[in-house]
Design a protein around this ligand. Structure first.
Ligand SMILES: *[C@@H]1O[C@H](CO)[C@@H](O)[C@H](O)[C@H]1NC(C)=O
Length: 299
């Protein structure tokens, strides 16, 4: 009886140590396989007000500051043609009315600007943030859509992604597609495909228009305002020389899975449009008496 027990304990002990060894082994492998997380300095530079962008967590995250003296902004060091850009953002909590946080891509070409925008419009405490997206192609924008969110974007980090290939531009939040701008060149709608774009972000005051159309003013007694960014991820064809890379049909972002929404994505997209969309230029008859061609159903 006693002998049996000791034997069993011995078995358990050796099983435990085997397991431990296996875990240690895996950990050792992991150390070599897992890449160093991208730091802010790897891909970005401050473009506006050094003193208002603080690197934290070893440079893998940043804190943006807005106060009465200034807002701030940063930009990617390179431009990219097609690919995917994503970052995790935690927006200003509480009374953020009058503030705008933006995450966007821009070709930096004045006349034939291409631009893909995420803009987060703050609100009074307890009132929902608005997320505005816009698409400029070959100099033409005015394609605003607005949604409110199904979560409070100031409590936790959420992932905001722009995917861009020859077939479409897709804006997503945490794997929920919120906007798809398809390549409709065959019916004469411009599509951004010739110019590489930089990745930008800014935090600034825009209380002349941002919240309830400018009715709600910024409350400076709540300043400074903070927004946090981390997990910067850019994959794409880097300029100069981006055109050659972008022509390669084997780039992963050109693959079948990235050309159109799958069934699960399509269901989520429909849900967002039915339950969270608050403005769509496509249905704004006062601005567009003639519906823009890219808005026609089934396109
Ligand atoms: C702010 O909250 C009001 C009231 O709920 C809402 O109408 C508005 O769309 C919200 N967002 C902005 C940016 O004004």
């Amino acid at each position: 009886m006693v002998v049996q027990l000791v034997l069993r304990m011995g078995n358990i002990k050796s099983a435990v140590s085997l397991l431990l060894l296996a875990v240690l082994h895996l950990l050792a492998i992991a150390v070599f396989v897992v890449a160093r997380p991208a730091t802010f300095d790897d891909d970005f530079r401050v473009t506006w007000e050094d003193s208002h962008i603080q690197q934290i967590q070893g440079g893998t995250a940043i804190k943006l500051v807005l106060d009465q003296s200034s807002g701030c902004g940063f930009a990617s060091k390179h431009q990219y043609l097609f690919g995917r850009v994503s970052m995790k953002i935690k927006l200003i909590p509480g009374d953020s009315a009058g503030t705008v946080t933006a995450f966007y891509m821009n070709s930096d070409t004045d006349t034939i600007r291409d631009e893909l925008d995420f803009e987060f419009l703050g609100n009074r405490t307890g009132q929902p943030y608005t997320v505005q997206t816009n698409v400029y192609a070959h100099g033409k924008g005015d394609r605003e859509q607005r949604i409110n969110l199904w979560f409070d974007p100031a409590i936790d980090f959420h992932n905001y992604t722009i995917e861009w290939n020859h077939f479409r531009v897709l804006f997503s939040i945490d794997d929920v597609p919120i906007r798809e701008y398809k390549n409709n060149e065959r019916i004469g709608v411009p599509f951004p495909k010739f110019q590489p774009m930089g990745v930008y972000s800014t935090l600034w005051e825009a209380d002349d228009w941002a919240t309830r159309g400018g009715l709600e003013k910024i409350n400076w007694s709540k300043a400074p305002f903070y927004a946090y960014y981390k997990d910067f991820d850019i994959e794409g064809c880097q300029a100069p020389g981006a055109e050659r890379c972008a022509a390669n049909p084997n780039n992963w972002w050109e693959g079948a899975a990235y050309r159109q929404l799958d069934a699960v994505q399509a269901r989520k997209y429909k849900w967002v449009r039915m339950n969270h969309m608050i403005y769509d230029y496509c249905t704004d008859k006062s601005r567009y008496p003639v519906t823009p061609p890219e808005c026609m159903a089934g396109i």
